[in-house]
Design a protein around this ligand. Structure first.
Ligand code: 13P
Length: 341
């Protein structure tokens, strides 16, 4: 495979393919395992992820790359094969989460700043040797209008950190996924999500230009434009699609390598229906696909439940979601296809 940044980015958003975000930190995966009653150990985390990476047909057809956590990129399968090699054998590209998480932003209650820049150059060199050809850094922008959250300082600091991260990635021959996630957890309406997302993306691209990041060798991982969960409103896919595309046309350069959405707490089917609606109103200047964590993994986690006897059923559940999102990335998904499974 080509090692040029723009070729790696193009492969990450190849037609009908998307990313599997399997980069939950040890704390986050424990929360997911608690729900299914599985103890989180290095071996159970390995077994779970190996189950997905060995779903060969789904991986080969629908998954362009996998975002890994530091522990996983170094782990070996039960038979001793490095997990990275299992991923590569399906044609998917290994990637790595490199941020150290969102921490409270001093002086701005309710805002966070994502940490992890110190020592990043050295860590990227190590991850490159381990096989990673793309990376992810997630900035978190919460919305709480009554408290003045997010502040302009938080948006600016997070955009600046994303740009410094992206420049270091490109220096290391690694494609940066830039993820400025505007959370859907609040009580805000869809218009507020649009406005905050617009301020965030505008600042992000100003900082990426200033940092001399080559846009063709980047992937944007954005939220969709949605009403907050606590607003009691759920947005229709047509409205999500119209507002999300309007936002991107106003703020996202056509030159970037592509767009791969996070699911952010949408239900499995909502995340698929919204991606489908976005692609159905194309053509667009960019490829738009998925980089889902929860919306690809909730169903297989439930089916697996930590039991080796359930591996085939869990792989089937994973393959179904990957297939549905493959169709959505092409704008060819239909709700009836969910029942058929
Ligand atoms: P979700 O799809 O569960 O939001 O996770 C994607 C991700 O990688 C967030 O950083």
């Amino acid at each position: 495979m080509s090692e040029r940044l723009e070729d790696i980015a193009a492969a990450m958003v190849a037609d009908g393919k998307g990313l599997l975000a399997a980069d939950e930190s040890s704390g986050t995966i424990k929360k997911r395992f608690d729900v299914i009653g599985v103890e989180s150990t290095a071996d159970s985390r390995r077994d779970y992820r190996e189950m997905m990476f060995r779903a060969r047909e789904a991986m080969t057809r629908y998954i362009s790359g996998v975002i890994l956590y530091d522990e996983t990129i170094r782990q070996k399968a039960a038979d001793g094969t490095p997990l990275v090699d299992i991923i590569k054998a399906t044609g998917a590209i290994p990637g790595i989460k490199v941020d150290a998480g969102a921490k409270p932003l001093a002086g701005y209650p309710g805002d966070t700043i994502t940490e992890g820049l110190d020592g990043l150059r050295e860590r990227l060199a190590d991850y490159y040797k381990l096989g990673a050809r793309f990376a992810k850094w997630r900035a978190v922008i919460d919305i709480d209008v009554a408290r003045g959250v997010p502040s302009a300082t938080s948006i600016g600091s997070n955009a600046h950190a994303l740009a410094r991260y992206a420049a270091l990635c490109q220096e290391a021959g690694i494609v940066p996924i830039v993820e400025p996630e505007v959370l859907m957890d609040g009580a805000h309406d869809i218009g507020t999500c649009y406005e905050i997302s617009k301020a965030t993306l505008t600042k992000l691209y100003t900082e990426l230009y200033a940092a001399r990041v080559v846009l063709e060798g980047t992937i944007l991982k954005p939220n969709m434009v949605l009403a907050g969960k606590k607003s009691g409103n759920s947005s229709r896919p047509e409205e999500v699609a119209e507002k999300t595309i309007k936002l991107f046309r106003e703020t996202v350069p056509a030159a970037i390598g592509g767009i791969a959405f996070l699911s952010g707490g949408q239900s499995d089917e909502e995340a698929t229906a919204n991606l489908n609606a976005i692609n159905a109103i194309g053509p667009h200047p960019w490829k738009l696909t998925f980089s889902y964590g929860r919306a690809l993994q909730a169903a297989p986690q439930k089916a697996w439940g930590g039991k080796a006897a359930n591996v085939a059923a869990a792989q089937a559940a994973f393959a179904h979601r990957a297939h549905m999102n493959h169709l959505a990335a092409l704008g060819k998904w239909q709700p009836e296809l969910e029942q058929a499974a």
